[in-house]
Design a protein around this ligand. Structure first.
Ligand SMILES: [Cu+2]
Length: 348
């Protein structure tokens, strides 16, 4: 049996426009609720590549991922900001508190393709934690998984709050918990992720999320959204078979993201992709202002493509002068064809 690889999957995907149906056809799967392990064991053979890929798979045409079964919908994740439980400290500062639980959870990352994931609070990416610069942040982390995990936050904080082995509470064992507490700094777009070794695996399984700190004087009102660019290695060959923003390949292609003509759109873009060195975002029919890491009020570039290494992130601001559908995708065509693409639908 020839070993199934991402590159051979690509050669089986007929065209970009076929979206999830083509992805479903190209990725080895069984018709039941098989796990990725079962795919590897049983279905990664000529059947998957020849029968499904060559002829499409009429029985699944139009079939979508079951977002309800997954427990999260990328369209809701997109505009969902979690500001925590807010209270006032004696010194007048704002205290924000969250409880974040790690768990193991099987999710469907493309129609019929299951992945044994690890999640924060039942979703991938985890909740977008949002605070204001100078707030006090208190994050209670509960490990409901069967492996040690942590939460490592990007930002400025004491070593003891770092969520790394040997510092502070270190690795949190299964059933254990800890509290990470620090001040929100600097303002900008950050991320959090598990930092237990093997690191690539703990991240690629789904333990990450966006962490947004607003400046004290807020940015202008906008239609705000978050895209965490990620991918899934469904056959354990340390290469991704599915690429996406917010986990589900082609989710924003099958149902475009609606935005209003001339309204300011602010996109918080984070790259957490493992196993590939670079990811990117390219927008059709428009340009955007780009603020790397979100740590400024000033745009540093006016462009239509931005390239991000792992852990890099930035704020994209744009207005669409025309109605219609505008594609966005990784400018690495491979990633696009394996799920990382979508549309803005601009309406009046
Ligand atoms: Cu972990």
């Amino acid at each position: 049996m020839r070993r199934l690889t991402r590159r051979r999957l690509l050669s089986a995907v007929p065209a970009v426009g076929l979206g999830a149906t083509a992805l479903h056809a190209a990725i080895p799967h069984s018709h039941g609720s098989a796990t990725a392990a079962e795919h590897t064991a049983g279905n990664a053979g000529p059947h998957a590549e020849k029968t499904h890929a060559a002829n499409g798979h009429a029985g699944f045409r139009g079939r979508e991922v079951d977002h309800r079964a997954n427990g999260f919908d990328p369209h809701l994740v997109l505009r969902d900001f979690d500001e925590g439980k807010v209270s006032r400290l004696p010194d007048g500062r704002t205290l924000r508190e969250w409880t974040i639980a790690a768990a193991e959870q099987e999710i469907e990352v493309a129609p019929g393709v299951k992945f044994a994931a690890w999640s924060y609070n039942g979703r991938i990416p985890g909740p977008t934690l949002r605070a204001r610069e100078g707030d006090r942040l208190r994050i209670r982390f509960v490990n409901g998984g069967r492996h040690p995990h942590t939460m490592h936050f990007h930002g400025i904080h004491p070593a003891s709050a770092d969520g790394v082995a040997g510092l502070g509470a270190g690795d949190i064992p299964p059933g254990g918990e800890t509290v990470y507490e620090f001040d929100a700094a600097p303002y900008g777009l950050h991320l959090y992720h598990c930092h237990v070794r093997p690191l690539a695996e703990h991240i690629a399984k789904g333990l990450y999320g966006a962490f947004l700190i607003d400046p004290a004087d807020a940015r202008p009102k906008a239609d705000e959204m978050v895209m965490v660019m990620n991918g899934f290695d469904t056959n354990f060959d340390r290469a991704n078979e599915v690429y996406a923003a917010n986990t589900i390949g082609f989710a924003y292609s099958e149902r475009p993201i609606r935005v209003k003509r001339n309204e300011l759109v602010r996109l918080y873009l984070v790259n957490v992709l493992e196993y590939d060195l670079i990811n990117s975002f390219h927008l059709h029919g428009n340009f955007f202002d780009y603020i790397p890491t979100g740590t400024s009020k000033q745009s540093s570039e006016f462009t239509d493509t931005v390239m991000l290494c792992q852990g890099q992130r930035g704020i994209l601001e744009m207005r669409f002068p025309y109605t219609g559908k505008y594609m966005f995708h990784a400018h690495q065509s491979e990633f696009t064809e394996l799920g990382w693409m979508g549309f803005f639908e601009v309406i009046d």
